[in-house]
Design a protein around this ligand. Structure first.
Ligand SMILES: *[C@@H]1O[C@H](CO)[C@@H](O)[C@H](O)[C@H]1NC(C)=O
Ligand SMILES: *[C@@H]1O[C@H](CO)[C@@H](O)[C@H](O)[C@H]1NC(C)=O
Ligand SMILES: *[C@@H]1O[C@H](CO)[C@@H](O)[C@H](O)[C@H]1NC(C)=O
Ligand SMILES: *[C@@H]1O[C@H](CO)[C@@H](O)[C@H](O)[C@H]1NC(C)=O
Ligand SMILES: *[C@@H]1O[C@H](CO)[C@@H](O)[C@H](O)[C@H]1NC(C)=O
Ligand SMILES: *[C@@H]1O[C@H](CO)[C@@H](O)[C@H](O)[C@H]1NC(C)=O
Length: 519
């Protein structure tokens, strides 16, 4: 699984070139290392850092956008009309299956088990023509009883304050992700809107395109208590010029959050704008294991050891860092000094230097927070049985619709990413995928190891994600990935899993819909 570039593999090269090759490879590797290191924190990179991260294209529409003419009313039922939606980008003819999940809530659910169900998951396949909505009537929906845990208890999280520093547009676009984990929790989100003011000749003026109260109202409508503010730091402590560095505002969040703390506040969460928590409940359970009355700094390393070698032992920003009030109070008077003195100029790096040089606190690692310094296909991670408290880089370095994937946590909590095996060939990872394996492959697969599906898996991840196994070829494993989820018109919850047909082989898309009854 490692980069193998031995000379024996390259005998087709002219000899002169082969001799130069080690130097060439070394230079390329060096440049790659430096580049990936500099781009470690991808959330701001697309806006604020250059050059951009290695280009991983978002899943492309594989065919020209389809124009589906509206049908006359009554021609198409609402469940098929839903599949015709343009943003799902399904082929005109699809093979469709569905199951009606009956939740059997139990307190004996063992999240680490891969539960065996001897019968197949996909029981009927129906051809649907989405152009004219022809479909044999009615489409069967066999019951699928599934033992699941009870939902997480509804709880208030006034004791948590979260902070981000980002642009107005990105905060506006990020509402669905924040709403997923913050709605109706009473936790406070503080957003420093870095473009709320514009600098002209040393003076800061309100940006006419920014309406902070409107943004707060938008979040409020989705049940999120948010406070959006202009940056307080006007002068860059490093060079005394007007402050334009988002990373500095990110670090200064410590002061912004401290200012909003109450006698109930336990933790200040310093996040990137693309840090995603599948649910606040398990995060809070983990935080409760640490004494918030002591000076503490909680977080996670990068999973890539090369990142740790370049950036050091610190709470990597995208995974989420948690600072207790005693530590925040200790750092508050020296924040500007810390920015001026830091050996690196990223928010998490400044925090590292500041904690280590100005306090006696050390990093406390929290398992389950993920920085995700990984590119490409992260299915191996999500299908491994992992229980992530946080994930990151899901809309830049890889592409997964996290709010839709994690939506099922509202129904059955820890059932998210739980796995079931159907027959001897199908693995269902709740919220993420349905994968059917070629005959015999699933039996031979050690499901307790992680499939190294991303770009350059290998020894770099030994200390964090191992044991890893080789990625499977597309003909060994056919995956239906979750593309959408949400409530249906009839008050059930749907998950839509899609296998993209291979266009060259003129395959149609295949769709498996799981329709969950609410408990
Ligand atoms: C399911 O089957 C596999 C292989 O047959 C077995 O190793 C595993 O223990 C079974 N899981 C449970 C929860 O019984
Ligand atoms: C789907 O329906 C359209 C419109 O009736 C028709 O032109 C097309 O041939 C049909 N496709 C298939 C694969 O039957
Ligand atoms: C947020 O973005 C949407 C569309 O992208 C736009 O219609 C809306 O006005 C924006 N909201 C605010 C408060 O700017
Ligand atoms: C939304 O705003 C209203 C009116 O100010 C307030 O009563 C309510 O608590 C807010 N909701 C949230 C989730 O903050
Ligand atoms: C916080 O302060 C309020 C009054 O300011 C008081 O009523 C409340 O009991 C205090 N809560 C805690 C947890 O100390
Ligand atoms: C898997 O199950 C199917 C259907 O029960 C059976 O026909 C097939 O032989 C099994 N395959 C293996 C490799 O056990």
């Amino acid at each position: 699984m490692q980069l193998k570039l031995g000379p024996q593999r390259l005998s087709w090269l002219p000899p002169r070139f082969s001799r130069l090759l080690p130097t060439l490879v070394a230079s390329i590797v060096f440049v790659l290392l430096v580049t990936t290191a500099r781009l470690r924190n991808g959330s701001f990179s697309s806006v604020f850092r250059s050059p951009p991260p290695p280009k991983i294209e978002p899943p492309k529409p594989i065919r020209p956008p389809l124009v589906r003419l509206p049908l006359s009313s009554g021609q198409c039922t609402s469940d098929i009309e839903y599949l015709r939606q343009r943003n799902l980008d399904l082929s005109n003819s699809i093979t469709y299956s569905r199951r009606c999940v009956k939740q059997l809530a139990t307190d004996k659910f063992n999240r680490d088990d891969v539960v065996n169900i001897s019968k197949p998951l996909i029981t009927h396949k129906t051809a649907i023509n989405l152009t004219d909505c022809t479909v044999p009537d009615p489409i069967p929906c066999d019951d699928l009883p599934l033992q699941v845990p009870f939902p997480y208890p509804a709880q208030q999280y006034k004791h948590l304050i979260f902070g981000i520093a980002s642009t107005y547009d990105r905060i506006n676009d990020s509402l669905p992700a924040f709403a997923h984990w913050l709605k109706n929790t009473n936790a406070l989100l503080v957003g420093v809107v870095v473009d709320a003011e514009e600098e002209k000749e040393g003076q800061w003026h309100p940006n006419p395109n920014v309406d902070l109260p409107a943004l707060e109202r938008l979040y409020n409508k989705s049940g999120v208590t948010a406070s959006f503010i202009a940056p307080a730091l006007k002068v860059n402590p490093r060079n005394r010029e007007p402050e334009k560095r988002t990373e500095h505002h990110h670090f200064m969040l410590i002061r912004d959050l401290l200012a909003r703390s109450t006698n109930e506040t336990r933790w200040l969460g310093i996040l990137d704008d693309d840090t995603f928590f599948p649910s606040l409940y398990p995060l809070d359970q983990e935080l409760r294991r640490h004494d918030h009355a002591r000076p503490l700094w909680l977080g996670a390393l990068s999973e890539a050891f090369s990142s740790v070698q370049s950036w050091g032992y610190m709470a990597y920003g995208g995974a989420g860092a948690f600072v207790s009030l005693p530590l925040a109070r200790e750092m508050n008077p020296v924040l500007e000094e810390c920015i001026a003195d830091a050996t690196v100029d990223t928010g998490d790096g400044i925090m590292r230097d500041c904690v280590y040089t100005r306090t006696h606190t050390k990093l406390t690692l929290v398992p389950g927070l993920y920085q995700h310094d990984t590119h490409g296909d992260m299915s191996g991670f999500y299908e491994s049985g992992v229980r992530p408290l946080s994930v990151h880089h899901w809309k830049t370095w890889y592409h997964e619709p996290m709010p839709e994937i994690a939506a099922v946590t509202d129904l059955c909590g820890d059932c998210f990413l739980a796995r079931w095996r159907f027959g001897n060939d199908t693995l269902f990872t709740n919220g993420y995928s349905i994968a059917t394996y070629a005959p015999g492959v699933l039996e031979r697969t050690d499901l307790s190891s992680m499939e190294g599906t991303w770009v350059r898996p290998g020894r770099d991840f030994d200390f964090s994600l191992a044991p890893l196994r080789e990625p499977l070829a597309r003909d060994k494993k056919k995956s239906y990935h979750l593309k959408d989820s949400g409530m249906t018109e009839t008050g059930t919850f749907r998950q839509l899993y899609v296998y993209r047909g291979d266009e060259e082989k003129e395959e149609n898309d295949e769709v498996v819909e799981l329709i969950w009854d609410l408990q």
